[in-house]
Ligand binder design. Sequence first.
Ligand code: UDP
Length: 479
Amino acid sequence: ATISVMDQETVLPPHVLIFPLPLQGPVNSTIKLAELLCLSGLHITLLLTHHIHTRLLKYSNIQSRFSSYPGFHLETIPDGLPEDHPRSIDRFIEVLESLKTKSSILFKDLLTSGKLSSDSRRPVTCIIADGTMGYTCDVANEIGIPIMYIRTISVCCLWVFFCLPSLIQSRELPFSGDDLDTPIKNIPGMEEFLRRRDLPMFCRFNLSDPNVQTYLSEGTENPRAHGLILNTFDDLEGPIVSQIRTFCPNLYTIGPLHAHLKLNLESFSSSPPSSNSLWKEDMSCIPWLDSQPPKSVLYVSFGSLAVMTKEQYMELWYGLVNSGSRFLWVIRRHSVLSDVTEIPPELSKGTEERGCIIEWAPQEKVLAHGGVGGFLTHSGWNATLESVVEGVPMICWPYFLDQQVNSRFVGEVWKLGLDMKDTCDRVIVEKMVRELMEERKDEFRKSAEEMAKLAKQCFMEGGSSYCNLERLINDIKAM
Ligand code: UDP
């Protein structure tokens, strides 16, 4: 006999559809949220684009990982682009546009077709979608399903986005001339330390660009959802979280998601979470790290999207070798703009003696490894949180999006490292590596360890992320 709708509601758990932005960082953290919600007994449908799904099947253990959750279900949707589209960051607007124009119809069909429910599964009771995909909110409103947004960038950058219209109104934006050290005055909470160069990179260019229009509307877009789920913790970004609350009252700071999940899995004596990698992880770096002295290695990685010119690549390489530090460097395929054919002998020698170069790392494991003492990073938000949790001090070389803001906070507010910002010069690289790994290492390690301790406390019973996750789950149950 089939169960009536009323019986289903009393017997079966709520059913959440989770839809991450199809990029490595958001996919990684949002899948961690999906698993946290699975652990709490909710039914989850994870919706991925075909493209992301194919790569996850190839390079991560997601399939076997989630097979242990009877309430978990995976669903895919095309992103509407041809197979050979690069889906790179400079053309990501095309991915977003295509999702909006072509896939939103499929998204709606999926939710209304009855395909996602059965005798043992309620229809979707709540949607959690990335806040960058505003059309999901239109669809949710149209069909009457409550929606929450997940934001996987830093809250400090989200707040900068919210304040962009007032920067324009106060004529701080657009700025002409190249004095990038001019202070920015109209972002509440950041008056003391934010400069033009700490604003997202696009602020230096044409604000009428359609890409930029999306960021200008963040302050009106985000409050449309029932709540915002934020991958951060109150001890790190609390004051800025309070600023966001003036726009969006219902916030859930439940991060750092990767560490929150790890702890919850440990308490269930479950195996570690899936890697969620879109590239093949080169595990050979772990035995290499094992053979290095404690905290002697600088880990170097610029995430999944950034690309560098040949000149920047050579400056970095010289800086790393000249610093005398040991280093583990991730050079993603196609991340250097042109081929480097001739490698000077001093670089090959220094690299052979002290370096290890791979194409993609098991990053969380690397940062947790006792051999790592510093991280030269692009300040992507996931990278930053992963480093914070492990107490690894950073040198920041930001590219775009939230990275300029994040690196300012790392260097100036949280004192967790050095902000290299707009320079990529071998002398500066060498100097900063020496400073981080030798001259000022005690000072940076002390503040990094203190922050790591706070990060770990926030998801212990009674901690802010612990309580907020509980509240999120209760709110989902009440929907
Ligand atoms: N990552 C990884 N191996 C690498 C480099 C990055 O697993 O060699 C992961 C990293 O742990 C993080 C994600 O890829 O979770 C990148 O996200 P982030 O926000 O740091 O930067 P983005 O790639 O979005 O610029």
